[in-house]
Ligand binder design. Structure first.
Ligand code: FAD
Ligand code: NAD
Length: 433
């Protein structure tokens, strides 16, 4: 009774009588349809064709929806639901997304000044819990995701071991499930904890998220940084990288859900970057939730990966490169074609060369548009002769992905040239604004 969310009074309403109606009022989803239905009884299906047909008909499979189905169904039918329970020291909020393939990157949690906000990203939609908690909690919040059932558990540590009668007072958009495009970006203040030179005009910055935040930026996605400059709020997108190219090979110095690394080029005549570079260690900058349309699933079963990067267009390639080498078992080859003006502009050149020495599947080629006469490597800008030599399937039907990122004219030209080289739209992913 002590730890029941509704407390003793609520339980006593059904004491000595049939509690079904009361149960249905408050816990209707804790039932066969949403829970037991996810358990299969019987033999393992041996006909994949049946499954394919079900998918085609857009039916939920054992109560769990396949990811691609989300936008096709009425929002009411697919909206996640939540409940909470408590022990003496913990409060656990459980969200049933009914989605397969959820991972910890899909859960963004913020707790500040008594306000709790959890955003669960489900494709182009997100489910929001937003409440002023009834009691104080400690700032280290844990989020756990069960990939197979799409169950998300957010575990809060009570500050005082008292029994909570209710979770909190709902705040704006609490318990809503809406398309991303209808939602404004949510920002939290992050502390600059280090800045290290990468080249003459580019630095690696490490930002620490507030203690009550749990956020991991998915591969290929960007965040927005916001500063107030001369009384106006200025917002620019940046693509987080890793601490270094080798950082997946050892335990990261800083956990990915607490620290964010960005490589930023400072343009002296730019609006945002000169001010950003003036930040001192310990100063704060606002950082948004992640955005972007790259999906990890694009890398699945890949055999050859080509990365075409120009200048800071290298940033999305960092996590893609690391993830692909570490996780894609069929991958035979990763080639990076890195376009820069001069040798001094090449980001992480040593690390790239070391990786190419160590990892036989990885190859890097630097192409300079403004080389000195000592440069013996390739020169020029993106062109058909360069691409046709570099971006070539080694087998006729091999599964290929080409990622391209850089100044807009570079990316646009690259897309046109790849089309001329007969790569399909699905085989090319361009990073644009
Ligand atoms: P701006 O004010 O935009 O100026 C940039 C340069 O252009 C300056 O030299 C300026 O003098 C010149 N300029 C501005 N306006 C004009 C004009 N009208 N005519 C001619 N010249 C002009 N950058 C990174 O460094 N790292 C990243 O990880 C990164 N990720 C990105 C991710 C995305 C999705 C996108 C779209 C961009 C990303 N960028 C990244 C670029 C970044 O968002 C900014 O555009 C960049 O930092 C410049 O911002 P700024 O305000 O300092 O410069
Ligand atoms: P830069 O000016 O130093 O140029 C790097 C190389 O890009 C050049 O050597 C050249 O080979 C090529 N290039 C430049 N202009 C070109 C043109 N008009 N046509 C063909 N090729 C050209 O590059 P930078 O200052 O580092 O700028 C990087 C760009 O990448 C920025 O515009 C930034 O917004 C963009 N970016 C986009 C994302 C994203 O996810 N969309 C991420 C990071 C950076």
């Amino acid at each position: 009774m002590e730890y029941h969310p509704g407390g003793e009074d609520e339980l006593m309403r059904a004491a000595g009588s049939d509690g079904t109606d009361l149960f249905d009022q408050v816990h209707r989803w804790v039932n066969y349809e949403s829970m037991l239905k996810e358990c299969l009884v019987g033999r393992m299906a041996v006909k994949p064709v049946v499954l394919a047909k079900e998918n085609h008909e857009k039916k939920p499979l054992n109560g769990i929806l396949l990811k691609s189905k989300v936008p096709d169904l009425p929002v009411k039918e697919i909206s996640p639901s939540y409940d909470w329970f408590q022990t003496e020291s913990l409060v656990t909020i459980v969200i049933y997304t009914k989605q397969k393939d959820m991972d910890s990157e899909s859960v963004i949690v913020d707790y500040q000044d008594g306000c709790f906000r959890a955003e669960i990203v489900v494709n182009d939609y997100s489910y929001l819990l937003h409440t002023e908690l009834s009691h104080e909690i400690q700032e280290d919040i844990t989020a756990r995701v069960t990939e197979k059932t799409g169950k998300v558990e957010i575990i809060l540590k009570k500050k005082n071991n008292v029994s909570w009668k209710y979770l909190g007072h709902p705040l704006e958009s609490h318990n809503s499930f809406t398309a991303h495009r209808e939602k404004g970006l949510y920002y939290r203040k992050c502390k600059l904890i280090s800045k290290v030179d990468v080249t003459h005009d580019t630095k690696l910055y490490c930002l620490m998220m507030p203690p009550g935040t749990h956020l991991q930026v998915p591969i290929g996605q960007h965040v927005y940084l916001k500063q107030t400059i001369a009384g106006a709020e200025i917002v620019k997108p940046y693509t987080p990288v890793l601490e270094s190219l080798h950082s997946d090979l050892r335990e990261p110095l800083h956990p990915h859900n607490k620290y964010i690394y960005v490589i930023i080029k400072i343009y002296h005549t730019g609006l945002f970057t000169p001010h950003f570079d003036c930040l001192q260690i310990g100063d704060y900058v606002s950082l948004s939730n992640p955005e972007g349309n790259f999906k990890k699933s694009q890398l699945q079963d890949l055999e050859e990966l080509f990365l075409l990067a120009a200048g800071t267009g290298f940033t999305p390639m960092v996590k893609i490169l690391n993830y692909a080498l570490a996780n894609i078992t069929n991958l035979r080859k990763v080639k990076l074609m890195f376009f820069n003006k001069t040798e001094e502009d090449i980001l992480w050149r040593n690390q790239l060369e070391q990786l190419a020495d160590k990892e036989r599947r990885f190859e890097v080629e630097f192409i300079l548009s403004e080389p000195t006469c000592e440069w013996i490597g390739k020169q020029g800008r993106i062109s058909l002769p360069l691409l046709s030599k570099f971006v070539k399937r080694s087998l006729e039907n091999s599964r290929v992905l080409i990622c391209i990122c850089g100044p807009a004219p570079f990316t646009e030209q690259g897309i046109r040239l790849l089309k001329d080289l007969n790569f399909s739209q699905e085989e090319v992913h361009s990073f644009t604004a």
